[in-house]
Design a protein around this ligand. Structure first.
Ligand code: MF3
Ligand code: CO
Length: 249
């Protein structure tokens, strides 16, 4: 286990990958609509990344067949875009990784299709709030456990559960670098954070229990109890000052 610290120049490349990704997620969130097949989102991703001169880090990763993950309702992560038709009321997580100049960014957002239930909206808002609360703890001389515990407390105090079997991660030249960043933990414990670390923070939360099951395609991760899931992710650089979120416009 080795943490790879990034230079200012490397962070700049990740900033560019992050900017492309933020732009892409904005386009996807605007174009997504009821009646659309999820594979249409893959087409939009290919088109937008080509336009911006970037590549998807997901396509071909351990044989993953698409350029992004689209996870609907009880699907938590790693949903493969295909023939499924999106319906009014669906809760859809969009997760993409980009590569620019050899450096990566990773981000996810969850969007509602048309009108969604108040409980689905609360789940979504809790997941995004938990991500930002965790980002606030990505500080020089802080601890990994501060991020993890803050996310867990934010989610559980609102009556939802955090998924345990999948975590955030370090990121740089590779999509998944050390350390793993769990969405549950103990404040003050774990690795000490330092300037130059780049972390993908990604709470995955459910309206029911935290246990998951793997779908028949061998990729899609679903809630074991069929409850709804949400997923938000940003790539963040630890600096001497405020955390820098790289996957924003
Ligand atoms: N964003 C996911 C993660 O951080 C990666 C998806 S795996 C892939 O773990 F195979 F779909 F690329
Ligand atoms: Co990730």
């Amino acid at each position: 286990m080795a943490i790879i610290l990034k230079s200012k120049e490397e962070i700049e490349k990740m900033r560019r990958a992050g900017h492309v990704l933020a732009e892409l997620l904005k386009v996807l969130a605007t174009e997504i609509a009821p009646g659309m097949k999820t594979k249409e989102l893959d087409r939009i991703t290919v088109r937008e990344l080509a336009r911006q001169g970037a590549k998807s880090s997901f396509k071909g990763y351990r044989g993953y067949p698409a350029h992004l993950c689209v996870s609907v309702n009880d699907e938590i992560v790693h949903g493969i875009p295909g023939g499924r038709v999106l319906q009014e009321g669906d809760l859809v997580s969009l997760d993409v990784g980009t590569i620019v100049d050899g450096f990566q960014a990773d981000a996810a957002t969850t969007v509602g299709i048309g009108e969604i239930s108040p409980s689905a909206r609360r789940l979504m808002e809790t997941c995004e709030g938990a991500l930002w609360a965790g980002i606030g703890k990505a500080r020089n001389h802080g601890r990994l456990g501060d991020i993890s515990a803050t996310i867990q407390e934010y989610v559980e105090s609102r009556g939802f559960s955090v998924v345990r079997e999948y975590t955030g991660h370090g990121i740089g030249r590779d999509m998944h670098e050390d350390p793993q960043v769990p969405n549950f933990g103990v404040p003050g414990e774990g690795l000490e954070l330092h300037e130059g670390m780049a972390l993908a923070l990604e709470p995955m939360i459910t309206s029911g229990a935290w246990r998951t099951r793997l779908g028949d395609n061998g990729w899609t991760v679903l809630t074991a109890d069929g409850s709804l899931a949400a997923h938000f992710e940003h790539t963040v650089a630890v600096t001497l000052g405020e955390p820098e979120v790289l996957t924003v416009l």
